[in-house]
Design a protein around this ligand. Sequence first.
Ligand code: PBG
Length: 340
Amino acid sequence: MTSSLQSDLKTHQALSLPRRPRRLRRNAALRKMVQEAHLHVEDLIYPLFVTEGENTRVEVPSMPGSYRYTLDLLLAEVKEAAQLGIRAIALFPALPEAKKDATGTESYNPNGLVQRTIRAIKETVPDVVVITDVALDPFSDQGHDGIVSETGEILNDETVEVLVKMAVSQAAAGADMVAPSDMMDGRIGAIREGLDNAGYTNVGILAYSAKYASAYYGPFRDALDSAPKFGDKKTYQMDAANSREALTEIELDIQEGADMVMVKPALAYLDVIQLVRQNTNLPVAAYNVSGEYAMIKAAAEKGWIDEDKIVMETLTSMKRAGADLILTYFAKQVAQFLAK
Ligand code: PBG
């Protein structure tokens, strides 16, 4: 301390402040005592990409540290995640073009990639909650979440019929929850009815209720080779400018039988997470999507940000906004960080 600063400090008079918020920030113990939002390993859902073949994992170029796994290596990854305390995974298939068609018939093949993967996970790590994606895009030769008409329209009711078959076949393979990510109208009710009629009354539905048409999904579409072959997804996914509409979607999904609802993406939609949290008593999930992951990874690779700290701050902001659960490609990294 310079001597001039010391003499300045000697003459100082304490301000008479009854409220000094800094008192509660004085040391780490006090800060922990007043911490409001907490990120726990139990909050995490780990999305994983599975592909055909053996003993291979291929890194997704726009998602460093994320891979498409063949089933054998995927099982090892799920085991490792479980050992770190992660309780749930969300499964996405990457199919060869030859398996794709106009109506996504491969999606309800009882021996399809997803169905075989669910069975294998349930045999090897039965306690891990398996959540499966219900949407046509990985199975569609058009890369859309629905069936495309001759005029290029995404057909709603025809698509819902396929989604029901897909969800039932995933439940038959052992999925704990199905997660419709397609944004067709009425799919939650139809899937609930389909599951119940097939005897799967205990298989839950995690509804991608407020899913926005977002450029943040770019890296995910690289991962699955599932980018739409024409146009965009704006006739079914929501407009980024809207939040009241999110409440309409949530309300419908709840009426139709959703067990949990989701807001996706997460980071640019924290206000929507908060709004949804305030308008339902159901668990709310937030999807920290591929583009959010890619941005952090890219900046960290350049040495411009501290990756672990940015990840913790970002995911904690989702908890603060009101998310109960977070789907994140950072799941293992966060679990490791929290265990330190
Ligand atoms: C498609 C689906 C998408 C994601 C999950 N399911 C992409 C899309 O709607 O085009 C995105 C996930 C991510 O970006 O991490 N049904």
